[in-house]
Design a protein around this ligand. Sequence first.
Ligand SMILES: *Cc1c(COP(=O)(O)O)cnc(C)c1O
Length: 450
Amino acid sequence: MTELSGGSALPQERRVVTAIPGPKSLELQARRTATVAGGVGSVLPVFTTRAGGGVIEDVDGNSLIDFGSGIAVTSVGASAEAVVRRASAQLANFTHTCFMVTPYEGYVEVCERLAELTPGDHAKKSALFNSGAEAVENAVKIARAYTKRQAVVVFDHGYHGRTNLTMALTAKNMPYKHGFGPFAPEVYRVPVAYGYRWPTGPENCGPEAAAQAIDQITKQVGAENVAAIIIEPVLGEGGFIEPAKGFLPAIVKFANDNGIVFVADEIQSGFCRTGQWFACEDEGIVPDLITTAKGIAGGLPLAAVTGRAEIMDSAHAGGLGGTYGGNPVACAGALGAIETMRELDLNAKAKRIEEVMKGRLAVMQEKFPVIGDIRGRGAMIAIELVKDPETKAPAPEAAGALAKACHAEGLLVLTCGTYGNVLRFLPPLVIGEDLLNEGLDIIEAALGRL
Ligand SMILES: *Cc1c(COP(=O)(O)O)cnc(C)c1O
């Protein structure tokens, strides 16, 4: 599959030649510890030299299979040909003018692509930013300006970023919020349809959870006070929770009936990750606003808010922006990433990854009762680990031990989940099927040794 690996033509193979991390990584890690703030963590301290396709090469000459994509970012690979070509050309022409000072075509072109690709055929506009959190913050600003209301509703297990407002929107205390308050006011959290853990079972979960959420909003906040309801169509950091069927449509209907701006946070789930351009398409949802980042630009920092033109235009001139927002090199990267997604039909690739992964994981679940649940869509797949399939008591130690065992074998995997007991798989969509299966072999062997 080297043809998909991008400009660096990196050999698409796993190669473990030292302990992981190896001696050179350990040396760099010591320098890092001396100078990088302790609050900035790393899942696996192997220092990267090159990455592309489905692999990450380190300073010790190891080549790791990548099931993380830099947290769902490098869907087209970390050195995709079209991203490298377009961003390099842009870099040579100019690095920055500030779009708010003198504009450039790349920004406009990215907004045109976003209008085409996001759900719904209404008139759309976009604004570009640097990070996902910044996009979410701006979606809230825009929704408040449009509705002249203040309250924002978010969900259990939701994750929306690490800035002050987005910490308030995020559910989980440790490590995201602990000690960092006070948080922004007028944020209200309601239940989400977490099928695996719903008391009356996954079949009843969608409508029951929606009724509970709507009841709480109505009774505790007042629908007429709510500016925005923000939800990830597949929850990311919270544990790859797909809200049970019927939940999202009921919430959208409630929002529409009450003049509330419905915001789909597709920062992790968007851009082919789940086998569709956007995960909310799965239930035919047309959000009023949609936030994107991560997979949008092949690894370059870019984020967007896209939505109904009349909502997007409600902020006064000069009210939105930022020095670097929609940087021209990042915009060129996004155009390269989108070109790659279209040309290689990465939605189909994501669906194939789901088929392979879920097939293999289902066989593992029969052998290993620690796998309580297998879920997710496309190349956004997770297993939730439990101490006992009956009680469903979370097994975060098992998730940690499995991740460690995979890392030692040269497979990069990530954990997530409110209870820290979810192992998540986010391979680049361009990964070769041989590497995908080799990664799954490693997971299976590690489960056997657990
Ligand atoms: C990662 C993420 C964010 C925050 O994005 P940053 O670029 O890290 O600020 C927000 N929402 C979701 C759903 C995310 O996965």
